[in-house]
Structures are given as structure tokens and as C-alpha cells.
Design a protein around this ligand. Sequence first.
Ligand code: SAM
Length: 256
Amino acid sequence: MTARRPERRPVRSTRLVERRLGDRVELWTETVGSLPPVYGERWKELDTRTVRSFEPGRSKLAAGVVKGWRGPLPSPGERWLYLGAASGTTASHVADLVGPAGGVYAVERSLRPFARLLALAQRWPNLFPILGDAREPSDYADLVWFCDGLYADVAQADQVEIVRRNAAIFLRGSGAAVVVALKTSSMGRDRSAAGHLERAEDELSEIVDLTTSVRLDPFHRAHYLVGGTARVPERSATGASELTRGRAPPRGRSRS
Ligand code: SAM
């Protein structure tokens, strides 16, 4: 049996614009970066803001919001750890959502997408690329300060274990956000998509109060958005773990 919080309509980031057009929902994020577009998304001026379309066909996080995700989302001023950033399609929107006072540590292990991520960070000042293996969080512990949220999209069979390992080191304490894009086709043939989801929820519920998971079809076949708010030890500047003790926080501030 998994632990679930009572669900209310979430308060969305002021940097996320949701527009309902008939039965379709359009999402836009207020950009932190500069042109050209990252992946062919549309840019426009909206009142005094410059916004970029957040495409559900390209981003599992956007698909989750369109499909009714009620769980946490990145908010202004927060620091997020992003596992499996690839070349930054979704990571750039997460950086938009946390805004100039927040920051995103974007971990990617493959060189080719990492090179594009690095170039993108020149135009997104609150995006901090890290070349590393998310299975070895101690390798990048010196580069990451405590985070308000963790987003994972590594498409690996052991994704939940990867999330647990990173959450234990980097989340600032209970109430921090955990959001996982689960690709069930990468999780083995021993069970159905629903079976993989159930097992992932069971494992994640040991450290997370889960929100109802959202299926991402038709945008991303056999994918789910899973997560909620973490139950992990509280951290403070003076009470940090051995791995992070004594380091000064880099740019991006915590809301706590
Ligand atoms: N999140 C991206 C987006 O929405 O723009 C797409 C991510 S893609 C589905 C998965 C990425 O995870 C790939 O770029 C892959 O190289 C990366 N990845 C897989 N295993 C990883 C690991 N152990 N550590 C870091 N990155 C990993």
C-alpha cells in the first residue's frame, strides 16, 4: 500500500502560463535564456514577459501537466537537481520555472548531448551542467548544494534506485519535491507497464508521499509521471551530511 497525500489543485509557478484552447491546453514558460529556440519551440512576447512554448510532445514534464499532474512543479527561487538532462529540452524549461533566483543542476553522462547542454548553459545563466553518472552521486556531491526538488528522466531499469540515492544526499529535507518520468519499456519484460508502475510507486513510497501518477499517452507511450513530496532528513548549513559538509552554496537559493 503506497502513502498518498490528499490532493488539491496545485498552485502553479507564476512563471508557467497555462492557456486552455477548447479541449487543448497550451503551456508556456517565462524564459530565463535568450534566442535561438532550444528545440524549435515558439517564442513570443506576452504582456511584459518573453515566453516559450513548453511542448508536451517533446517534454514528459509538460505532458504530465497537460494530462493533469497534481504533484509538485519547480517554483521561482528553488534549486532543482535534474538527472538525465540530455541536451536540455526539458531542463531549460525547469530553469525557466525556477527563474533567475533559482538554479538547476543538470546531470548527463553522454558526451554528445552534454556538449549541447554546455553550449545551452551559455544562454541560460541558472543552468549548471554536470557531466556524470547519476548512479554515482558522490562523484558530483561537491558541485551540488541542497535542493528543493529532484527531477529524473534517465530511462533506466534502476531509475527508482538512482532517485533514492540522489534524494538521500541532495534533497534539503521533508517536503522537497520528487518528480520521475518513468519509461516502463526500459524496465524489463517481466511485467506489464502497469506492473512496472506499481512496483516503482511501491519503492518510491518508502521516501515519498506520492501524488496520483499520470499516464503520458498519447504524448509519450508507456511513460508515467510519478512522484510527490519527499520524507528525508532535514538539512541545514550546519547540519549537512558528510558528503556536503563545509561547502558554500552556489547560485540559486533555497526556499527554506
Ligand atoms: N530529460 C530529457 C528531456 O526531457 O529533455 C530527455 C532525457 S533522455 C530520455 C535520457 C537521458 O538520460 C539520456 O540523455 C541519457 O544519456 C541519460 N542517462 C541515462 N543514464 C544515465 C545515468 N546513469 N546518469 C546520467 N545520465 C543518464
